[in-house]
Design a protein around this ligand. Structure first.
Ligand code: SAH
Length: 471
């Protein structure tokens, strides 16, 4: 079983610091089913590849099975099957376990020697030449695609000499993207066993905690989280139900039932969820405005904060929320207590209500109000307007809110219902435009308005975005 991780971030050999494995040496680790080796087929300034090779010892694997710890989904219940199977050769949950043993601190995003690099998104390429992939290559794309990876999954023929025999259940997987190494490893740690769908060990209830911990920051908003959770928890329904419930609680605005997710549209290319596209659009607007010191007002669980922290253009990032629970989630999501000091100094969380003037929020380049205003009772909205546009007065305000006209496109949403139970109102495009005009006239801003998500010729895009600039 082989997995390689390559970067072209210069100097590429810094990968050795992130993985805490020196590129000039080979490293061997004893793992329960055999030996895991790490070595570098290439390590120079421009390109560095770390290979993880798991050498499974079939007798040790059988012994681990013999202890009765793992019901298995593969047809190995006959005695010889314990020894003769694909486990030693195909990447699977065994490789994920080895990954967590061998790259332990990198998985947590910790790096003593290169803390800043560990917190930075860098160009990465991951290759798993033989990966068991239940459901075919397309599942790999559905799982990794929404996380920012470009996925190439090539089905491997059952027998190259006999193409008429069709494809095997294995793929040759390549992922490319610009991500933090920790995120990449966390994605692999969860999704390799999910693709394999034959967990090699008994799934205990504490696996839910583990999954939520490793999935922090990306699983709650993943359009295929149902599939991921069910397979990861080996189809134990009660555990999967608990995990999904806890994920839903983390993500108040993800609108799982009405999002333009991938799951409903297996025939189409996967794409990011609406929540991810909103974050992307807001991030782009902040960059375009040249903002460096930014506020995320009503930051909720901190998904946007995580994106902003990954971009070094932002020198100061402040998240605020009226809910201490949300702030707690945000702190955990961005791993505030574990950020290296220089990163830590860029980020502040404030408990603050947007309906009151708050001196701490004055003088910033930009403020984001992403999916927040619709959570206020309409009579309280003028207080927010005063506190943000009148008192804090950032140079730029990036604001999003649902387009209620689009709701008719969500089949699962009852007529007239809002997208989220805590929404106090949702506006049409005309209502939003009128509000934006009034804010500009009252507080001395100019604004541009556009949609986020697929534009619908009749009802418009699902989300409305306004970028206000102080005049
Ligand atoms: N911006 C985040 C969260 C949106 S959910 C995102 O897009 O993911 C709305 C958030 O606004 C919640 O976290 C809620 O606690 C917060 N909120 C609601 N009323 C608020 C108020 N008056 N002051 C500050 N935050 C408020």
């Amino acid at each position: 079983m082989l997995l390689t991780l390559t970067t072209t971030h210069r100097p590429a050999t810094d990968l050795g610091h992130l993985l805490v494995k020196h590129p000039d040496r080979t490293h061997a680790f004893d793992v329960p089913v055999g030996t895991a080796h790490v070595f570098y087929p290439q390590a120079d300034e421009a390109r560095c590849t770390a290979a993880l090779l798991l050498d499974v010892d079939p007798t040790r694997l059988a012994a681990a099975r013999g202890r009765g710890r793992q019901p298995t989904a593969t047809p190995e219940s006959f005695t010889l099957g314990r020894y003769v199977n694909d486990r030693p050769y195909a990447a699977s949950s065994l490789l994920a376990s080895a990954l967590s043993r061998v790259y332990r601190s990198a998985l947590r995003g910790e790096s003593r020697d290169r803390p800043e690099l560990a917190a930075t998104s860098i160009p990465l390429e991951i290759r798993v030449p033989v990966l068991r992939c239940r459901g075919g290559a397309e599942v790999a794309t559905r799982l990794f695609g929404p996380l920012g990876w470009t996925v190439t999954a090539i089905p491997i023929a059952l027998d190259e000499q006999h193409p008429q025999w069709g494809e095997s259940r294995y793929v040759d997987l390549t992922l490319t993207g610009t991500l933090r190494v920790a995120d990449a490893l966390n994605h692999l740690y969860v999704l390799l066993p999910v693709l394999d769908d034959a967990k090699h060990y008994w799934v205990a209830p504490d696996e839910v905690d583990k999954l939520l911990r490793v999935g922090a920051g990306w699983l709650a908003g993943h359009p295929e989280r149902g599939l991921i959770v069910r397979r990861y928890l080996a189809h134990r329904r009660a555990l999967a139900g608990q995990a999904l419930e806890r994920l839903a609680a983390q993500c108040p605005t993800d609108e799982p039932s009405v999002d333009d997710g991938v799951a409903d549209r297996p025939d189409q290319a996967p794409r990011a969820s609406l929540a991810a596209r909103r974050r992307e659009a807001v991030h782009a607007a902040l960059v375009e405005a040249g903002a460096q010191r930014v506020l995320d007002l009503g930051c909720g669980g901190g998904a946007l904060l995580a994106t902003l922290i990954g971009d070094r253009r932002f020198t100061e990032i402040v998240g605020t929320d009226v809910s201490t629970q949300a702030l707690g989630l945000a702190a955990r999501r961005i791993r505030l207590d574990r950020l290296p000091e220089r990163q830590r100094n860029r980020v502040t969380l404030h408990h603050s209500a947007l309906t009151y003037r708050d001196e701490r929020l004055r003088g910033y380049d930009a403020a984001v109000l992403m999916e927040v205003i619709e959570h206020l009772d309409p009579p309280r909205l003028p207080a927010l307007e005063d506190a943000v546009f009148g008192y804090a007065r950032p140079t730029t305000v990036v604001l999003t809110t649902p387009n209620v006209e689009h709701n008719v496109r969500y089949e699962s949403l009852a007529a007239g219902a809002f997208r989220h139970s805590d929404h106090r109102f949702e506006w049409t495009r005309a209502e939003f435009a009128e509000w934006v005009d009034r804010i500009c006239a009252t507080y001395g801003y100019s604004a541009v308005v556009r949609g986020i998500g697929d534009d619908d010729p009749q009802v418009g895009a699902p989300t409305q975005l306004a970028v206000f600039t102080r005049t």
